[in-house]
Ligand binder design. Structure first.
Ligand code: MG
Length: 133
């Protein structure tokens, strides 16, 4: 028997959809206090539902989050519950903690690499000095 997520990937591939991987905390869950106590305490980010609605027509959307790591016993259950309560489950074909194969990655912690390591180092220095991390 083929697991549901594998079947989903195969179906999307047959339909020619490319993937966009979207980080949960920041882009989807507002995450205004950071990790805080580990709960999913905020509402969705403004505009996320509309964006997912649009993107899902053309792309297969995969949610990635460390909340579903095997050492987080209730992580997957809590993420699924929150997505359902906020009517966002239908947009995601998979939830994973592993970096998925994707055409685009949407992540609030990303440092974009454009063939320029000094620029990456400057960006990290800038973010660490403003206590963003
Ligand atoms: Mg994040």
């Amino acid at each position: 028997m083929i697991p549901a997520f594998v079947r989903n990937v195969l179906e999307q591939k047959l339909r020619g959809k490319k993937t966009i991987a979207i980080d949960f905390d920041g882009p989807v869950h507002k995450y205004s206090k950071g990790w805080y106590d580990g709960t999913i305490y905020d509402p969705p980010t403004p505009g996320v539902k509309e964006a997912l609605e649009l993107l899902s027509k053309k792309y297969r959307l995969v949610l990635f989050t460390c909340r579903v790591l095997p050492d987080q016993p209730n992580g997957l259950r809590d993420v699924k519950k929150w997505l359902k309560e906020n009517d966002l489950s239908k947009y995601f074909s998979d939830i994973t903690y592993k970096k998925p194969r994707a055409s685009f990655y949407i992540d609030d912690n990303a440092v974009v690499f454009k063939n320029n390591w000094p620029k990456v180092l400057t960006e990290i220095r800038k973010r660490t000095s403003t206590n963003e991390r």
